[in-house]
Design a protein around this ligand. Sequence first.
Ligand SMILES: NC(=O)c1ccc[n+]([C@@H]2O[C@H](COP(=O)([O-])OP(=O)(O)OC[C@H]3O[C@@H](n4cnc5c(N)ncnc54)[C@H](OP(=O)(O)O)[C@@H]3O)[C@@H](O)[C@H]2O)c1
Length: 249
Amino acid sequence: MSSLLSGKTALVTGASSGLGARFATVLAAAGAHVVLAARRQDALDALAAQLRAAGGNAETRALDVTDSASVRAVVEATPGIDILVNNAGISIEKLVAEVTEDDYDAVMDTNLKGVWLMAQAVGRQMIARQQGGKIVNISSVLGQMVLTRLSVYAMAKAGVNQMTRALALEWARHDIEVNAIAPGYIRTEINRAFFDTEIGRKLIDRMLRRRVGEPEDLDAALLLLCGPGSRFITGSVLTVDDGQVLKGI
Ligand SMILES: NC(=O)c1ccc[n+]([C@@H]2O[C@H](COP(=O)([O-])OP(=O)(O)OC[C@H]3O[C@@H](n4cnc5c(N)ncnc54)[C@H](OP(=O)(O)O)[C@@H]3O)[C@@H](O)[C@H]2O)c1
């Protein structure tokens, strides 16, 4: 049966939980051969088994995006990547005065340098293969606005937006579309505990529609940017946030 992404190989980083697990599931259902990558191999294996049981085509790779040797090894072990969903990320919530150098390095190394290392390694492979490709970086509304306790995270995501534009500019001639999705708050492991706190509940009350999203709220944006419908879209940061940025939170 032919479907939107049949014949395509998609590498999804941070596929062991949250949005990455959902992205991998959606791409597999759309017919892609999905390669799930993250540090927690057992979580990846469990999801891959689930996707295969549902008729999908999935395999796993242990990956630490902060380690350039790990990034290189995963990309070398995965020939023919058509789609990269550059999703792995962490957040550390602290006031500026409390952020340590280790906190700063962890957030920047994962959310900015890791995204760069992945995009560069996959982009090099795509350029050499001469078949074009799609790179979708997972940014955040915090790439365009700031909140207290998330300074370094917001700085990293602003960098991801600029990286998206810079790579799109250089790689258009290789038929590589580079775009980003900037989600608003979506309930996942990264923030589930936070939304159960009083500060978290107050934040939801300030949102335009007083709700956070669910991972499936990003499905349409993902399929647009990974599929043939985005051949004329590159360098875009697509905000998918239920109007959270419009109102301010
Ligand atoms: N949820 C939201 O509201 C929201 C909103 C805007 C943007 N985002 C962005 O969406 C992305 C996914 O977040 P999420 O909400 O799905 O969080 P999550 O459930 O905590 O997932 C984060 C994923 O990143 C992986 N990861 C973390 N460090 C890694 C490393 N060094 N190497 C490889 N993989 C690593 C984790 O896997 P392992 O621990 O197994 O390595 C996990 O699979 C992040 O970039 C986040 O900033 C989320």
